[in-house]
Design a protein around this ligand. Structure first.
Ligand code: SF4
Ligand code: MG
Length: 344
């Protein structure tokens, strides 16, 4: 598919000077038309920072220190750089081009307003010329789309379960038919059954409406089921990306392997759950070289010296659409002085 959103070399810092935390380091990622792109990694790895940075929704003290985010308009016009748009242009594009379901969104419904009104208000804000009847009809249609009986349009949020409230948030996000739907841990607070129903619904809606999805979760096993491609993040950077099925069957980065062994697959043969020893690094004091080296069972001398770049793996042979940032998958002899490449 053609690109819809191209994130290029995006860096985000929190704070200034000596207290500066480099939350995102030169991250590039492309979302293609109609695909579900999964973003996985332990909490604090920069998944949310990446999408909030790319959509200019970073809460303070987050600052974008470099990068471009190209949005390709429908029909193939010139791409626009979201990071350089005016506030007015940004507001116009928000919800129509790119809509976000925030982490914990279901708790952000206004408790004193009926859900129908909250949906119609959202429509009215962007489409002021629509009639009340049109907006009501659209709200009912949206509720039905996400599996809520439209008869519940007059319900208050507290009359709905957590799963239903989350569906309302998804309905609101889809109200203006966005081309890109970003979902930050949309099902994390829900039980497994509800989680599964919502995920299936999103996949079905995507097939019907054709939008693209960035789905963020720490649960990589969920992504294996729904994503077309997956990007794995560690310590503010992408360490591996590739087609979901291939990444599952043949993970290449040791961190991806660790993550996969930390989550039980929803289907198929059980893997032994081993998890990853240690904890993610402190972003203020990142380890030198590959930031995963203190936890990596395959670390070599070169790993603590030099940061591997995210490239097509060369050591084992290239694979379509796969990128890996690991010295195991790069021929170190090509770029690294031999004394660093030697194993102990
Ligand atoms: Fe492990 Fe080295 Fe690969 Fe980093 S570069 S993941 S430390 S083998
Ligand atoms: Mg997060």
């Amino acid at each position: 598919g053609r690109p819809v959103l191209e994130i290029k070399n995006l860096s985000v810092d929190y704070g200034y000077g000596d207290d500066r935390v480099r939350a995102l380091r030169n991250v590039s990622l492309t979302l293609r038309e109609g695909e579900v792109l999964g973003l996985a990694g332990e909490s604090g790895c920069g998944k949310s920072t990446l999408v909030y940075g790319a959509t200019r929704l970073l809460p303070p003290p987050g600052l974008i220190s470099s990068g471009e985010v190209l949005y390709h308009p429908e029909g193939g016009g010139e791409p626009v750089d979201i990071l350089r748009q005016s506030e007015r242009e940004l507001r116009a594009g928000r919800w129509q081009d790119t809509a976000i379901v925030f982490q914990g969104a279901m708790n952000s419904l206004n408790p004193v307003h009926r859900i129908g009104r909250q949906i119609t208000d959202a429509i009215a804000a962007h489409r002021p010329r629509t009639s009340k009847a049109e907006r009501d009809a659209r709200a009912r249609e949206l509720l039905e789309m996400v599996g809520i009986d439209p008869g519940r349009i007059s319900a208050f949020p507290h009359q709905l379960s957590g799963g239903m409230r989350q569906r309302v948030m998804i309905a609101m996000a889809l109200a203006l038919e966005p081309r890109v739907l970003i979902m930050d841990e949309p099902t994390t607070a829900l039980d497994v059954v509800m989680q599964r129903q919502i995920v299936e619904q999103i996949v079905e809606l995507r097939e019907r409406l054709g939008f693209s999805v960035i789905f963020i979760t720490h649960d990589v096993s969920l992504l294996i089921e729904i994503a077309d491609r997956i990007a794995i993040m560690y310590a503010g950077d992408i360490v591996e990306q590739g087609p979901a099925a291939r990444l599952y069957r043949q993970p290449r980065h040791p961190y991806t392997k660790g993550l996969l062994s930390s989550f039980p697959p929803l289907r198929g043969p059980r893997r032994e759950m081993t998890g990853i020893p240690g904890s993610p690094p402190d972003l203020v004091n990142l380890p030198t070289g590959c930031p995963y080296h203190p936890r990596c069972p395959h670390a070599m001398p070169v790993c603590s010296e030099r940061l591997p770049s995210l490239i097509e793996p060369t050591a084992i042979g290239p694979e379509p659409d796969r990128l890996v940032a690991c010295w195991l998958d790069e021929d170190p002899a090509a770029t690294v002085p031999p004394e660093l490449a030697l194993r102990p």
